[in-house]
Design a binder for this molecule. Structure first.
Ligand SMILES: Nc1ncnc2c1ncn2[C@@H]1O[C@H](COP(=O)(O)OP(=O)(O)OP(=O)(O)O)[C@@H](O)[C@H]1O
Ligand SMILES: [Mg+2]
Length: 459
């Protein structure tokens, strides 16, 4: 069997080609859409691994609302070399959360492009980023085999056009991805840009040549492919481009732009009325970085601020957020609100747990203001792609939207203003599954596949 795998920042899906047709595989039977798996990984203290919705549920059950207890543990020895005394061995200890039932990983794909993130220690064992990714890929492959009863002979995995703005980090990400696929035991692996795959799902024939632009806006990246589709169906990729802007970043814009005051922004501490240390609020930039504040020293700083500051209620909310692990629920609440704003003009950002109590209205126009820099970055990316393809916006006949973030009305409007609302096309292949379907379609047409390889698109 041949498999196309869209391993996304937020969601993954897979499409298999059995020699006759392409079909989506059930990756997460407990998910509302079983062909879509949340790209989440949970590793328990006992070493059990869960994926998808189950991973998030296990983390939430075991961690949220729980107070952390710290213990010093030995993690290894290091060698220090001094000019005068030579080399000495030093034991390394770290403070760990003594009762944590497990670790949750979300958006691992984003970490691929971060050369400073090489891995992590999970219950005393060191895992490289490649090993974490490999574990997810292996589990997905096992699920595919369990569901179909067949082995995977060949696989095409999607990749963003650019994992990172920086060419060097982009290369690092790609090398890590290849290494992970190998560690996962996958054979005959190739990679194709995600929007290029989605472009293959466009099958509407026309009597004349068409220019197709795919706008693939997911959780981690925005990716664009411009291709030419000849009347006989033959395709030529004219340009690809992308920026590391995705739904995760939009969620971050909301937290940083609207919620700081509910966690102590503006508090003045002590008789000298010193400001709250800025790093505390900087850490609200992601649920993982909220988790990083889990350490006795940071908690001490927060406790001290509660005692001496003039915003004790908000600072107690910050303490509960960190101490009781409400970072993920905070981000999930914001993500839900953002999705709601794709349907309605106003929603509430609300939390009512432990010491965290706030309700903050969020209107669509305000959200659009917060994501202004991202809209501009994406507009520039579209312009670059058009330039590289040697086309103007009015030369584009069809715009195909895919990826969850392409539902955000501000981006729909951007596309309508640029290309004309009559050019936007809904292919019905599914916002969340058209990349996987396209990756599976690569196998159905040997001449297309040869051409993609010859042109350097299938790597
Ligand atoms: N209706 C909606 N309105 C706005 N955003 C949405 C909506 N539905 C989903 N999203 C966002 O879309 C993102 C997930 O989209 P998708 O599954 O396409 O990403 P992905 O393929 O995992 O990521 P990537 O392709 O960047 O690696 C999330 O950030 C989610 O919040
Ligand atoms: Mg995607």
């Amino acid at each position: 069997m041949q498999l196309g795998l869209d391993w996304g920042t937020t969601n993954s899906s897979a499409a298999l080609y059995d020699g006759r047709k392409v079909r989506l595989v059930t990756l997460d039977p407990v998910n509302a859409v079983p062909s879509v798996l949340r790209s989440a990984l949970f590793i328990s203290r006992e070493g059990d691994v869960s994926l998808g919705r189950a991973a998030i549920d296990r983390y939430t059950e075991g961690n949220v609302g729980r107070e952390i207890e710290y213990k010093l543990v030995y993690v290894g020895t290091t060698e220090l070399t001094f000019a005068e005394i030579g080399t000495v061995q030093q034991a390394l200890y770290t403070e760990i959360d003594a009762n944590a039932p497990g670790r949750l990983f979300l958006s691992i794909k984003l970490a691929l492009a971060d050369p400073t993130y090489t891995g992590t220690i999970i219950f005393g064992a060191r895992w490289t980023i490649e090993e974490l990714v490999a574990l997810m890929l292996r589990r997905i492959a096992e699920q595919v085999r369990a569901e179909t009863g067949e082995t995977i002979d060949e696989i095409v995995i999607g990749r963003p056009v650019h994992y990172s703005d920086e060419a060097r980090n982009d290369q690092v990400a790609m090398q890590r991805m290849r290494a992970a696929a190998e560690l996962a035991g996958l054979r005959n692996v190739q990679f194709l840009a995600e929007p290029t795959a989605a472009a293959l799902t466009y099958r509407r024939r026309s009597n004349h040549e068409q220019h197709l632009l795919v706008f693939d806006f997911g959780g981690g990246t925005l990716d664009v492919t411009i291709s030419r589709v000849a009347p006989n169906g033959r395709r030529t990729i004219l340009a690809t481009d992308g920026v590391p802007v995705g739904g995760d970043l939009l969620d971050q814009r909301v937290v940083m732009g609207k919620l700081h005051p509910h966690f102590g922004a503006g508090a003045e501490l002590g008789p000298r009325r010193l400001p709250l240390p800025a790093f505390l609020l900087d850490h609200l930039a992601g649920w993982q970085s909220i988790v990083e504040m889990h350490n006795p020293r940071t908690l001490e700083i927060i406790d001290e601020a509660i005692l001496t500051g003039n915003r004790p209620k908000q600072l107690r909310a910050l303490r509960a957020l960190v101490r009781e692990n409400y970072g993920l629920p905070l981000y999930e609440m914001v993500e839900r609100a953002k999705r709601e704003l794709s349907e309605v003009k106003e929603t509430q950002l609300r939390m009512d747990v432990s010491d965290i109590h706030f309700s903050e209205p969020l209107e669509r126009w305000d959200f659009e203001r917060l994501i202004g820099p991202d809209v501009r970055a994406i507009d520039a990316c579209l312009e670059r792609a058009l330039g590289a393809a040697g086309l103007r916006a009015r030369d584009i006949d069809v715009v195909l939207r895919t990826g969850g973030s392409s539902c955000v009305p501000r981006f729909v409007r951007l596309l309508e203003e640029k290309f004309g609302s009559d050019r936007l096309y809904d292919d019905g292949a599914g916002i969340f599954t058209s990349v996987a379907t396209g990756l599976g379609l690569v196998f159905t047409d040997p001449s297309l596949r040869r051409q993609l390889a010859a042109d350097g698109h299938l790597l």
